[in-house]
Design a protein around this ligand. Structure first.
Ligand SMILES: Nc1ncnc2c1ncn2[C@@H]1O[C@H](COP(=O)(O)OP(=O)(O)OP(=O)(O)O)[C@@H](O)[C@H]1O
Ligand SMILES: [Mg+2]
Length: 378
């Protein structure tokens, strides 16, 4: 299997701060790979190491099979889009975009050709002579993208490039970026702390916390099969129900809650949770810095897996509860429910008219399938 990026055991400290701790990952050619994690977890540090702006203290980075040790940024097949975009305000759009080609002493006709083709790709035709200050945030973002892509890097490193845009523009730029990436086939290594952004754009995601990668996989596997509480909590919403005992009965786990609730969970609940292919080393939850060895296992279930019902359901986990809040979110309706045996439960249903007329303090029945949910840290 050919990987265009191979990072093995890379570490980096700033004085006494261990910013990146033995991180390993691989990226395939043409892949959209995201590093996702909270502020300060080491994402930018990894990107800068890959781009050659800083050197790791330990471990190796190879790009296209070549060890990058001692290779400066301008001699790597990478280009970087910085979070603040770092455009030249005194130059117009054209001069910003062709900057890299001028520095590389490309002939004028070649520059014109490349400029035309890149303007087409990022949809900025007609904006060549605008000043940067005369552009919207999204247009500036596209100039930054064009400026990096025009030098035809094999790998584009993007450090939270959409963070400064408002929500609506950010969502539309996510689509555009993904579309451009697919069209030109360049490998994208994308850094974000926005889980929605990572889920919608990426082929694969590495979830980071405190300098280590704690899970890697497709958006689907990260969302549906979190390996630990951190990933489950960081990505999307969920119910975390502490469990005081776990027993096995035939092909079923029987989980008991503090308040004498019983949850059945099929013992093959992790059958769809495949490991990230091609990763040689991956830090388990033990090294994620979030596992407390004395902690009880936790049963985790997404709010949209829980259904509301008016009649008892056979062969399902069935509970009753009282509605504490009904939150209208347009396409979805969120319910906050309190159950005597499970505690507070979040339920999400589609706003498709199927919700029986409920109001606060009403009692209701809710259920989920035995295969749904995950036992974490167990
Ligand atoms: N030049 C530096 N000197 C000292 N400490 C640094 C330096 N750069 C980063 N750090 C520290 O290293 C850790 C990782 O920083 P990094 O910038 O890689 O995080 P990040 O995941 O990109 O965060 P953010 O989402 O806020 O951009 C942080 O604790 C940060 O304070
Ligand atoms: Mg950063």
């Amino acid at each position: 299997m050919n990987y265009i990026v191979c990072a093995e055991d890379i570490s980096k400290s700033y004085g006494s701060i261990l910013a990146v701790d033995k991180v390993s990952f691989t990226v395939r050619e043409g892949e959209f790979f995201s590093l996702l994690g909270p502020s300060g977890c080491g994402k930018t540090t990894i990107l800068r190491i890959l781009g050659g702006f800083i050197e790791q203290d330990g471990g190796t980075v190879s790009i296209d099979g070549k060890d990058m040790k001692g290779i400066p940024p301008n001699r790597r097949d990478t280009a970087m889009v910085f979070q603040n975009l770092a455009l030249f305000p005194h130059m117009d759009v054209r001069e910003n975009i062709v900057y890299g080609l001028r520095k590389r002493k490309f002939p004028a006709d070649r520059i014109r050709e490349e400029l035309n083709s890149i303007l087409e790709i990022v949809d900025l035709k007609g904006f060549e002579t605008r000043r940067i200050s005369e552009l919207s945030g999204g247009q500036q973002q596209r100039v930054a993208l064009a400026r990096s892509l025009i030098v035809k890097p094999k790998i584009l490193l993007l450090d939270e490039p959409l963070a400064s845009l408002d929500k609506k523009l950010r969502v539309s730029m996510q689509g555009e970026l993904k579309e451009i990436q697919k069209r030109i086939g360049t490998t994208f290594l994308y850094v974000t702390h926005d889980q929605g952004e990572a889920l919608t754009m990426s082929d694969n995601i590495a979830v980071m916390n405190k300098g280590v990668i704690i899970q890697m996989g497709t958006p689907d596997s990260i969302y549906n099969c979190p390996w630990n509480i951190f990933t489950a909590d960081f990505i999307g919403a969920g119910n975390f129900i502490p469990v005081i005992s776990v027993e096995k009965e035939n092909h079923m786990f029987v989980l008991k809650t503090e308040d004498r609730g019983r949850i059945f969970l099929r013992d093959d609940f992790k059958k769809d949770c495949r490991d990230f292919p091609g990763v040689k080393k991956i830090q388990g939850p033990e090294s994620s810095g979030v596992k407390d060895k004395t902690a009880l296992p936790v049963f985790f279930i997404r709010p949209e897996k829980i259904k509301i019902t008016t009649k008892p359901q056979r062969n399902k986990n069935l509970f009753n509860g009282k509605v504490k809040a009904i939150i209208f979110e347009g396409p979805d309706i969120r319910l906050e429910v309190v159950s005597n045996t499970l505690g507070k439960i979040k339920i999400e249903v589609k706003n498709d008219g199927s919700l029986p007329g409920l109001k606060e303090n009403d009692n209701l029945l809710f259920h989920w399938d035995y295969i749904d949910g995950i036992l974490l840290e167990y």
